[in-house]
Design a protein around this ligand. Structure first.
Ligand SMILES: CC(C)(COP(=O)(O)OP(=O)(O)OC[C@H]1O[C@@H](n2cnc3c(N)ncnc32)[C@H](O)[C@@H]1OP(=O)(O)O)[C@@H](O)C(=O)NCCC(=O)NCCS
Length: 335
């Protein structure tokens, strides 16, 4: 019989078993999977985060072995109607109802907190016809709400390519000042930078997923930076400043000391009234140059975009990103 219960993140043995089952489940048969390392996930679950409440759940067999894992992440500041979740069952334990038992616990957990929708990401390699996560989500009443594409850029990017693209960007972005840093955002930009961070969720295409405008302020920015430091991550950020002092665009990427050959491209956003100046390209080039100079051991950087996000995808293709996987966002109403 399968027993499902929540896991105490401070119980080292139980939490490690949960992590191992989750990673084995969600990474099986994937293309160069991008899961969080154990030290990073440990910080995420042990460090109180006022913007999200994360709860791990594990499935155990009669001998007490962990045979499946899941989590629910409940936003605390906005998107209060939603529970984000994932379920991972290692291949040797599949098709025995373990995933379904974990999902039932997640639904109960979400409903108990008044959540009315659930959102789950399913990563699918290119050129795969049948994929367990898709069949499982469909069977459980989820429907596809947004198709994201994961692309990867080999690093270091060739200097000639970056130089040529920088010259192209400069033709239209020359009036803007480009500023890069790693680590914490300088105080002088923090307020405007927090405002830009608030916009991404609603300004990038979201398909059928509803996002509230997040409640970002400087304190939330500092909280995020502190967690990143504890996780062993270095954040590389670049902004473009308009002649009137407005922070008009930004991009951010992360490297982790726990997986030193990888980097992750996170947010990029250009304020609506500053679009058309090739600022997306300009900030990304400056950022990747800073990152690969500081971390010559990084061999690749991954990014996720909505399939329909034409402008961002065009910039990424120019930079040398190529598709490695699809990331299906599945949604189910509980109401
Ligand atoms: C998706 C996953 C969690 C399913 O775990 P599981 O323990 O095998 O799931 P269950 O045994 O409860 O399957 C329930 C139903 O889902 C469907 N299903 C699951 N895997 C399937 C597969 N490989 N092919 C077709 N249908 C499948 C079936 O309808 C199944 O019922 P059945 O076995 O009676 O036919 C597991 O394959 C996994 O970890 N995948 C990678 C991570 C992932 O995609 N997570 C999904 C997030 S929503």
């Amino acid at each position: 019989m399968t027993t499902v219960r929540s896991v105490d993140p401070h119980d080292d043995a139980a939490f490690r078993a949960w992590y191992d089952a989750l990673a084995a489940g969600i990474e099986a048969d994937r293309t160069d999977p991008t899961g969080w390392t154990y030290p990073e996930i440990t910080v995420a679950y042990r460090h109180p985060d006022p913007s999200i409440r994360r709860t791990p759940f594990a499935a155990y067999d009669d001998d007490g072995r962990c045979v499946g894992a899941a989590f629910a992440s409940l936003p605390q500041k906005e998107n209060l109607q939603r529970a984000n979740l994932n379920v991972g069952v290692p291949p040797e334990h599949r098709r025995k109802g373990i995933g379904s038992a974990l999902l039932a616990a997640l639904i109960e957990h979400g409903l108990a907190d008044g959540r009315t929708t659930m959102l789950a990401g399913v990563d699918v390699p290119v050129d795969v016809e049948d994929w367990p996560g898709v069949a499982f989500a469909t069977k459980h009443g989820f429907s596809l709400a947004l198709m994201e594409v994961r692309r990867q850029q080999p690093l270091p990017a060739p200097a000639e390519r970056l130089d040529a693209l920088a010259a192209k960007a400069d033709e239209r972005s020359g009036d803007y000042k480009i500023v890069s840093w790693n680590g914490a955002c300088p105080d002088e930009y923090a307020e405007q930078y927090a405002h830009l961070k608030a916009l991404l969720d609603t300004e990038a295409p979201t398909g059928d997923v509803h996002w509230d405008v997040p409640d970002w302020d400087v304190q939330r920015l500092r909280d995020e930076e502190e967690v990143a430091t504890l996780q062993g991550r270095t954040l590389f950020s670049t902004i473009a400043i308009a002649p009137d002092g407005t922070v008009a665009a930004h991009t951010q990427a992360a490297v982790t000391k726990h997986d030193p050959t990888r980097a992750y491209q996170w947010d990029t956003l250009v304020l609506a009234e500053h679009r058309g100046h090739r600022l997306g390209l300009a900030v990304k080039i400056a950022n990747v140059r800073a990152l690969q100079t500081a971390h010559p051991d990084v061999t690749r950087m991954d990014t996720w975009n909505a399939e329909v996000n034409g402008p961002m995808v065009a910039v990424n293709e120019e930079l040398g990103y190529r598709i490695v996987e699809y990331s299906h966002e599945y949604q189910r109403n509980l109401a």
